[in-house]
Design a protein around this ligand. Structure first.
Ligand SMILES: Cc1cc2nc3c(=O)[nH]c(=O)nc-3n(C[C@H](O)[C@H](O)[C@H](O)COP(=O)(O)OP(=O)(O)OC[C@H]3O[C@@H](n4cnc5c(N)ncnc54)[C@H](O)[C@@H]3O)c2cc1C
Length: 330
C-alpha cells in the first residue's frame, strides 16, 4: 500500500446478540486477504448482550475484536453508528473495510465513505489483491456484466453480498484481543428518530441458509401459487423466494425478493417456477449448485442457466410435485 494503513476491518452485524452469517463469511474473506497483503483482521460489532460475541468472532477468524455494547445500538440506526465507527476506523487504520450488503450495510456504507472522505464499492462478490491494492468485483448492467473496481484512497470500503463467501470452520482454540470500546455518541446530535419498528415474523427456514429454495414468478398466475410453493418448501425443509415482479404485485412479501435488488441465495437446489430468468433475478440465485426450472415457454431464458427444465404449466406441475413428495415422505 502507499500509506501505513494495513489489514482488514470487518463490520459484523449482530441479531439477537449473535453475529449474522454474512459477518462470518466476511471474516473468512478478510483472513484470505490479510494472508496476501499482510496486517490483521479486526472485527467490530455494535449491539447489546455481546458477552459471547468476541469468542465467536475470534473462532471465525478475527485477530482483534472491538465490541460496542450499548442499549442505543440494540437496533441499527446509521446516524447512531457513524461517530463511533468512524473513530474506530481512524484509530485502527485498516487498508480495507468490509460491510455486509444488507439493508443496514447499504445504508451505512455510503454515509461512512462520505464521513471518512473515501470511496465505496457496493454489492461486491469477490475481492483480490493486485499490487497490494484491493480490487473489488461486482455485477453491473443489471447483472449482464462484471466490473472490477479499485480505489487510490484508503481505506477502501466495500459491501459484500451474502453467500458470495464461505465462512471458515470455527476454531475455538484461536485467541484474539477482545476489547470493549466506549461510545462517543452524542444522542442529541441524532437528527432522525425511529418511531416504530415492525419485525416481520420469520416462518420456516431462513432463505440464505436453506439447502432448497423455491422461487416463484409471474408464471404462478397469482398469489395462490405461493401457497403450493410454501407447502413444498415445508415438506423439503426449504424456503420460498420470488421474482421482483411477483413481489411488486403483492403476491408475496417483499422480503421474498431474490436478485440484484433483493436477496442473494446459493442453495444446493434452486427451483425457479414461472420465472423468466432476467439477469436481475439471476444475479441473486445464479450461484445455486443446481437450478431446476418450470416454465411454459420452451424458449424461456431461465432454461439456459438450468440443469433440468420442465416445460409446462406451473399450476398443474407444482401441485402434482407436492403430491409426489407427500407420497414419498409417507
Ligand atoms: C434495476 C432493476 C433491478 C431489478 N432487480 C430485480 C431483482 O432483484 N429480482 C428480480 O427478480 N427482478 C428484478 N428486476 C426485474 C427483472 O428485470 C424482471 O422484470 C423480473 O425478474 C421478471 O419477473 P418474472 O420472471 O416473475 O416475470 P416475467 O419476466 O413476466 O416471466 C414470467 C415467466 O413465467 C412463464 N410462465 C407464464 N405462465 C406460466 C405458467 N402457467 N406456468 C409456467 N410458466 C409460466 C413465462 O413464460 C415467463 O418466462 C429488476 C429490474 C431492474 C430494472
Amino acid at each position: 500500500m502507499t500509506d501505513n494503513k494495513s489489514g482488514v476491518l470487518v463490520v459484523v452485524e449482530v441479531e439477537d446478540s449473535q453475529p449474522i452469517d454474512l459477518g462470518l463469511e466476511m471474516l473468512a474473506l478478510a483472513r484470505r486477504l490479510t494472508g496476501i497483503m499482510g496486517g490483521t483482521v479486526t472485527a467490530v460489532a455494535f449491539g447489546t448482550g455481546l458477552e459471547t460475541t468476541g469468542e465467536t468472532l475470534t473462532a471465525y477468524g478475527a485477530d482483534q475484536v472491538l465490541l460496542n455494547d450499548n442499549e442505543i445500538f440494540t437496533n441499527f440506526h446509521a446516524e447512531a453508528w457513524l461517530p463511533d465507527l468512524s473513530k474506530i476506523i481512524t484509530e485502527v487504520e485498516p487498508a480495507l473495510v468490509l460491510i455486509g450488503h444488507s439493508e443496514s450495510g447499504t445504508d451505512l456504507a455510503p454515509r461512512l465513505a462520505f464521513r471518512l472522505d473515501v470511496d465505496v464499492a457496493t454489492g461486491c462478490e469477490s475481492i483480490d489483491i493486485v499490487n497490494g491494492r484491493p480490487h473489488m468485483t461486482r455485477s453491473c448492467f443489471g447483472g449482464l456484466a462484471r466490473e472490477v473496481i479499485t480505489f487510490t484512497k484508503t481505506p477502501a470500503l466495500a459491501t459484500i453480498r451474502s453467500k458470495s463467501q464461505q465462512a471458515l470452520v470455527p476454531d475455538m482454540k484461536r485467541s484474539a484481543e477482545i476489547k470493549h470500546v466506549s461510545s462517543i455518541l452524542d444522542v442529541n446530535a441524532i437528527r432522525t428518530r425511529v418511531v416504530n419498528r415492525d419485525r416481520e415474523k420469520a416462518v420456516g427456514v431462513q432463505m440464505e441458509s436453506a439447502k432448497v429454495v423455491i422461487g416463484g414468478g409471474l408464471g404462478l398466475g397469482g398469489p395462490e401459487g405461493f401457497k403450493t410453493l410454501n407447502e413444498i418448501a415445508e415438506l423439503v425443509d426449504g424456503a420460498v423466494g420470488a421474482s421482483r415482479a411477483a413481489c411488486d404485485l403483492d403476491w408475496c412479501p417483499r422480503s421474498y425478493q431474490i436478485g440484484l435488488s433483493g436477496r442473494t441465495v446459493a442453495p444446493e437446489l434452486y427451483i425457479a417456477v414461472g420465472i423468466s430468468g432476467a439477469s436481475h433475478h439471476m444475479a441473486g440465485c445464479g450461484n445455486s449448485k443446481t437450478i431446476v426450472s418450470v416454465n411454459s415457454d420452451p424458449k424461456a431464458e431461465i432454461f439456459k442457466s438450468s440443469r433440468f427444465g420442465i416445460v409446462g404449466n406451473s399450476q398443474e406441475i407444482m401441485p402434482a410435485l407436492a403430491e409426489e413428495i407427500r407420497k414419498l415422505k409417507a
